[in-house]
Design a protein around this ligand. Sequence first.
Ligand code: GSH
Length: 250
Amino acid sequence: MTLKLYVDRLSHPCREVIIFCKLNGIDFEEVHIDLSKRQHLTPEFKEVNPMKQIPAIMDGKIKLSESHAIVKYLACAFPGIADHWYPADLYKRAKVESVLDWHRTNFPRGPGSYVFTSVLAPVYGLRLNPQAASRSEKILIASLAKIESVWLQKKGRFLLGSGQPSIADLSLACEIMPLEALDERDRERILGPFKRVQKWLDDTKNVMAPHFEEVNSILYKFKENLQKQRDQVGSSITQSSRKHYLHSKM
Ligand SMILES: N[C@@H](CCC(=O)N[C@@H](CS)C(=O)NCC(=O)O)C(=O)O
């Protein structure tokens, strides 16, 4: 029975799961759960994930949610997955787990939240929230500083000084990618001071080509549409027309 991924590519943990499957040649059926249409709240989807969140998967009888749990499961359940993704060695695996746990604790109000409150909210019919964006930005900057100074070391291109990426690289890079949807000045203001983070992100995109960029391309499309919208209607656009415009173009 084919593995089913319940996802919306606008969500970064969903993109993480899709990219992992594509990178590792895992066959899957992509079931689109449109967050903007609140499809994650339907009784049918509640049968798949009672938490009513995506990503979720169904693999035979197994139903699973939480992107980190999902990629770890896939790395162990499917044959032929290269060891560097989720090392069998206890010490190496524990280190990867430590990055993943740090990520979950520190980032929920980081890039995603900053991008959501500063540009993405209207897609979901919500208002932009500069105060929340400012709070998220502080957390984001502090987290980027930790990645730069702790997780990225001088040797090795990837997290923990490794020469090859693990699921922690994939997950953290997907978390940071929404910053690509910002306009250039804003993106540069936030990411500019973190040279190692920028290089690591480029290395990650390259080593995971073409799937990383292909699955994340929805962000570039979003950014392009946002720019067109700014060019066409200037700053006087209303929240509702912005929502309509973005929906119609995505
Ligand atoms: N920790 C979870 C986060 C899941 C999550 O927050 N998913 C969002 C989309 S990015 C969602 O389903 N939101 C709908 C909701 O919470 O109502 C994971 O990594 O899978």
